[in-house]
Design a binder for this molecule. Sequence first.
Ligand SMILES: [Zn+2]
Length: 97
Amino acid sequence: MIEEKKFSKYLTDVCLSELCRVLEYKAKYYGKRYIQIDSYYPSSQECSKCGYKNEGVKDLSVRNWLCPECGSVHDRDINASQNILFEGIKKYVKELI
Ligand SMILES: [Zn+2]
């Protein structure tokens, strides 16, 4: 069972790595910019509305959460995707300055 988990994690890492490689290649091919954010960025834990960091969202079983600061209700994946977009825009703007 442990070997299956290790192999599954390996496959996930390889697939993500390959996806990133292809995205970077295609972006360059079409003259677009490829920006990769830190893989340890806590995209699921931060409120995309106010920036509050909710440590209780680390558990993958938590699919929705309520921000205690601003009252926003977040779908884990949608919130994470918005945070990743904002983080990418921040990196892009920093590169321009
Ligand atoms: Zn909030």
